[in-house]
Design a protein around this ligand. Structure first.
Ligand SMILES: NC(=O)c1ccc[n+]([C@@H]2O[C@H](COP(=O)([O-])OP(=O)(O)OC[C@H]3O[C@@H](n4cnc5c(N)ncnc54)[C@H](OP(=O)(O)O)[C@@H]3O)[C@@H](O)[C@H]2O)c1
Length: 267
């Protein structure tokens, strides 16, 4: 397992890579700083094919909440910082409406330095209340992707897509967001929303961040409708594991172009 040192120098370099002021491949860094660059630079880079990454924070037994829906502190402190680093390096964060309703997340960057990403909610039926924190006007772009005509507060950008059997095509979602200038994207959850992006072969990478607790029962980090009967057919990502401190993250490359884009730094 790789040990990380996200020193101030590394983080500043990553922010410079994100804003295309620096490359990620040269410089004088210690081994653990280099590992931090390996983990985060595929997200920060803008010179590759645009990346869509997923992130799940889960327990040792693969759960994201208790049966009663308590989901606040599954990730440990370093897992939370990790999530905020990813937010700071992408252009936009996508969540499904159930996460927006259940968790009322702000999706801002608070545990590291860096810009807030645009906030994007997939809400086909217009269930998200207009006073939700995710739609609060703080100068960040906000999008709602919906099939209905629900009016949204001024400044919120509405993307109207046609749903088929209640479903949007993730490809159409990405196309619409790209046309609005959204490049690298984080699909932050929940499980349903991430699964749709994996099943559409749009997710280049997924970070599965595991915290050392056992919940016993409750919703899983990821459940896919398209799952194999035999293990030989299971998805086996190109994976590197990193110790974050309180949590361990598995950085999984799912698509060949995303795997290739991270290779030069992994050596
Ligand atoms: N630990 C973590 O990393 C993490 C992160 C985020 C969330 N969570 C937890 O995850 C739970 C919620 O996750 P979830 O899987 O139940 O729901 P979700 O993914 O948050 O939201 C699913 C809903 O979003 C809409 N949606 C998403 N993709 C769509 C598509 N392609 N086409 C049409 N509609 C789409 C649908 O809305 P309609 O229902 O209106 O059709 C769908 O039912 C919460 O308990 C939250 O705490 C955990």
């Amino acid at each position: 397992m790789q040990k990380l040192n996200v020193s101030d120098k590394v983080w500043q370099r990553l922010l410079d890579v994100r804003s295309e002021k620096a490359c990620a491949c040269c410089g004088d860094f210690s081994e653990s700083e280099q590992e931090a660059l390996n983990l985060y630079s595929p997200i920060a880079r803008r010179d590759n094919q645009q990346l869509i990454i997923g992130q799940i924070g889960q327990s040792l037994d693969g759960r994201v909440a208790t049966v009663s829906g308590d989901s606040g502190e599954v990730s440990g402190p370093d897992g939370i910082v990790h999530l905020h680093r990813i937010r700071a390096l992408v252009d936009g964060v996508i969540i499904g409406v159930k996460t927006a309703l259940h968790d009322s997340p702000r999706l801002t960057v608070r545990h590291c330095e860096g810009p807030n990403p645009a906030r994007i909610v997939i809400d086909p039926n217009g269930r998200l209340p207009n006073d939700s924190p995710v739609l609060a006007d703080d100068g960040t772009r906000r999008f709602v992707i919906q099939a209905v005509e629900t009016t949204r507060p001024g400044g919120v950008e509405v993307i109207r897509l046609e749903a088929h059997d209640g479903q949007f095509s993730p490809n159409e979602i990405v196309e619409a967001l790209r046309s609005k200038g959204m490049g690298n994207l984080l699909v932050e959850g929940g499980s349903y929303t991430i699964a749709k992006f994996i099943e559409s072969e749009l997710l280049g990478r997924i970070h599965i961040s595991i915290a050392p607790l056992l919940i016993g029962k409750g919703p899983s980090g990821l459940t896919m409708s398209n799952h194999p009967q035999k293990l030989i057919n299971a998805i086996r990502p190109d994976t590197v594991s990193y110790s974050l401190g309180s949590d361990v993250v598995f950085d999984c490359g799912l698509l060949p172009e995303a795997i290739d884009a991270s290779k030069p730094l992994h050596g």
